[in-house]
Design a protein around this ligand. Structure first.
Ligand code: GLC
Length: 737
């Protein structure tokens, strides 16, 4: 690890190299660095070769053949006039060949080490293909499960998203970006994309600055503090100005307040889409707006290549502005060491030790699953007591679907499915009867139901694998109805009629509606899309080799009508209470319109979510006790030590995610009723007690106030510790000045 002096010296050297290089560049060569061109997957067209040789491309994306990448880098280094190497980008979101759980699943682990390891292994595998830049992590705070891209997010909470952003970036970028197995990260989509209206992708976002700063921008600041090399603008229109032309975001926040020295890349054609938004009349004006706002590199669309030179000639964009954009990109190339080592050694083991990667993928999948229901402790299963098990459903044995969304390079041949893992874990005395029952999760026929009922009737217990195919979440794949697709619910109804115990394992890219389903099954294990090692992970959990330890990073609604519903909401002036809520069926006929029940609730559905943020069961139980603070009054700049005992009061060794929440009771702007400010994942043997401590500095209590400055204010706070956001083990402290 470099000392700060060495880093400073290195940075000065790089800046000198950048200045020297820019002085030699023509305007066309400068503009060439601002173009990110989509590869044609393994082919090298003559025109691509020539454009690179002419110095008119700064980077390529979607090329994963290392020999092709090396040839394109060779051309850039040896045949172009100044020999500037290429950035080579790819969406390496939750794995490259070895696939880890989708980010929402990784987030459910609440385990920064596991998330860091996912980044590290992804970088090792992707860099072996010549990739030096990933378009990840996606850091959009997501409160709307209708939005397909919630699958790619770390969920609804800024603190959890910040911690996991830091972890995965550290994995991607390693200790020194010049190491050949490191890749540059890209914090995306800047910013506020998760607030797309109606949960419909690419839709309008309107976010007040206070909410933008206190919620949506936090993970991006954490990412930049963690050294993320690049930021990607979102497609979305933010408060009337699309992110790819948003001076407030890209100049005021990113450069003036955060002093970001990396580079900004547009999303796919998001600059040319400025005229589709109706912000500009044509691509020429789009190029002007984006360059003026500070988008350094244009992904795929050609507005910069086609119009920037003219805009410079007309002095609408200064050459100094272009030089700043080019410097930001060259700085990344120097940080990546691309000028010294542009080529990728093809003899690299590349994947390192595949079996180690699979072990890591299994561990992350195991820790990502969340146990939502477990009636009469039906799980874990005992092999000895089961002579026959029915394994039913379209997701029980599908090597591709278990990988989830955004797995361009995932190797389905590496996948180990739940069906095979269950067969491997039971012994010969247990018969396994498999029935897919439905061709896809969207099937609407009942023709496979008969077979499903037959195998159920001849089995002691049924394990159902249902949910969503991977294509039903991710980019552009939003759903207005969050029930399980197809007639999966009917399949559950039919199988429930057999009276046999039912274990439901759900694979999905978002929270689904489970209020009715949970009454018909005995246990629900939410696996998200667990990736390559879904099978062994789920089998180990079902048979008690491991206890589930996942906790929800998003709230599960009872109905779509509750959305947006999230734990860190504001109190309002009329919060609902048990007494104030009136139920639609309790209203007597002829009741006059009056304001009874005059609080914030729905007449026709429970006010609380089905499962809250931070929720997840274990095979064991945990007790929180002896909560103590080392002081109850602190000054700004001081910190509080929080200590409590955590006891595993159950019969299983298991892991618990101890969570720390606060509430700022009074603020110059209203504050959420709860905010996550710490978590620790602790493994305890049955009966074991651990003393857990958190240190809470007042900096962690700072928020953006009325003048958009980050402030801490004196006043009273509540503090909770527990295994879920609805914990009630509480204490109080005060900032006195
Ligand atoms: C997509 C996505 C973005 C991705 C990029 C390159 O449209 O919005 O997340 O990184 O294009 O594939």
């Amino acid at each position: 690890m470099e000392t700060s002096e060495e880093t400073a010296k290195e940075s000065t050297t790089v800046e000198k190299k950048i200045t020297k290089l820019i002085q030699q560049m023509t305007v066309d060569e400068k503009i060439g660095q601002l173009s990110l061109v989509n590869s044609i997957y393994g082919k090298i067209s003559k025109s691509l070769k020539q454009t690179i040789a002419d110095g008119k491309i700064g980077g390529i994306l979607n090329e994963v053949d290392v020999n092709v990448v090396n040839e394109l880098q060779r051309i850039a280094r040896e045949e172009s006039r100044l020999g500037i190497p290429l950035l080579v980008g790819r969406d390496v979101i939750h794995g490259f060949k070895t696939i880890f759980p989708i980010p929402l699943g990784l987030s459910s682990t609440w385990n920064t080490e596991i998330v860091k390891q996912c980044g590290r292994i992804s970088a090792r595998e992707a860099s072996a293909a010549g990739i030096n830049w990933t378009f990840a992590p996606m850091l959009d705070i997501s409160r709307d499960p209708r939005w397909g891209r919630i699958a790619e997010s770390f969920g609804e909470d800024p603190y959890l998203s910040c911690e996991l952003a830091k972890a995965i970036i550290s994995g991607f970028q390693g200790d020194d970006l010049r190491n050949p197995d490191c890749i540059a990260a890209c914090a995306k989509h800047f910013a506020g994309y998760g607030a797309s209206e109606g949960g419909k992708d690419y839709n309008t976002t309107n976010i007040p600055e206070n909410e933008l700063r206190n919620v949506y921008l936090r993970p991006f600041k954490a990412a930049l503090d963690a050294g993320a090399v690049s930021v990607m603008t979102s497609f979305s229109d933010l408060n009337g100005i699309p992110a790819s032309a948003n001076v407030f975001l890209l100049k005021q926040i990113l450069r003036h307040e955060w002093h970001f020295e990396g580079f900004v890349v547009s999303d796919w054609e998001s600059i040319s889409q400025l005229s589709v938004h109706g912000l500009t009349a044509n691509n020429r004006e789009a190029a002007y707006e984006a360059a003026n706002a500070g988008v350094d590199m244009e992904m795929v669309s050609r507005t910069y290549a086609d119009h920037l030179a003219d805009l410079v000639r007309e002095e609408r964009i200064s050459e100094d502005q272009i030089d700043i954009m080019v410097s930001n990109i060259l700085r990344a190339k120097f940080r990546l060491g691309l000028f010294d080592t542009p080529l990728t050694k093809t003899d690299r083991a590349g994947n390192g030790k595949p079996h180690k990667h699979l072990e890591a993928a299994k561990q992350s999948a195991t820790q990502s699953c969340v146990l939502l229901e477990n009636r009469h402790g039906i799980l874990p299963l005992s092999k000895k007591e089961l002579s026959s098990i029915a394994v039913i459903g379209p997701l029980a044995d599908d090597p591709y679907e278990q990988l989830g969304t955004w797995i361009f390079d995932g190797d389905r041949d590496l996948s180990q499915t739940p069906l095979n893992a269950i067969k491997a874990i039971v012994d010969d005395s247990t018969e396994i009867h498999f029935c897919r029952a439905m061709e896809t999760t969207r099937s609407k026929t009942r023709k496979g139901f008969g077979e499903a009922i037959k195998v159920s009737e001849k089995s002691d217990l049924i394990i159902l694998f249902l949910g969503e195919e991977s294509v039903l979440s991710g980019e552009a794949h939003c759903r207005a109805d969050l029930n399980m697709p197809g007639n999966q619910n009917e399949l559950i109804d039919e199988i429930a009629k057999t009276g046999k115990p039912i274990i439901l394992v759900i694979m999905a890219g978002r929270p689904l509606l489970l209020e009715e389903i949970r009454k018909k099954v005995d246990s629900i294990l939410y696996a998200w899309h667990p990736g390559t090692m879904a099978g062994p992970a789920i089998a180990d959990l079902l048979f008690g080799i491991e206890s589930p330890s996942g906790k929800l990073p998003v709230t599960f609604p009872r109905a779509v009508g509750q959305i947006p519903i999230y734990y860190n909401h504001k109190n309002t002036g009329r919060p609902a209470t048990d007494e104030s809520i009136i139920k639609i069926d309790d209203i007597k006929p002829g009741t006059p319109q009056h304001s009874s029940g005059d609080t914030s609730f729905y007449l026709d559905i429970d006010n609380l979510p089905l499962y809250p943020f931070g929720y997840g069961l274990s095979y064991s139980e945990f007790k929180y006790s002896h909560l103590k603070l080392d002081k109850h009054r602190i000054k700004s700049g001081e910190s509080i030590k929080i200590n409590f005992d955590l006891t595993n009061t159950g019969r299983f060794e298991a892991e618990e995610v101890a969570q720390l929440y606060i509430r700022d009771l009074v603020g110059s702007v209203t504050r959420p009723v709860k905010e996550l400010k710490g978590f620790k994942k602790v493994r305890l043997r049955a009966g074991e007690t651990a003393s857990i401590s958190f240190e809470l500095a007042t900096d962690y209590l700072a928020f953006y106030g009325r003048d958009s400055k980050l402030i801490t204010e004196p006043g009273k706070f509540h503090l909770w510790v527990g295994g879920c956001s609805d914990t009630d083990l509480c204490a109080e402290f005060e900032i006195i000045e």
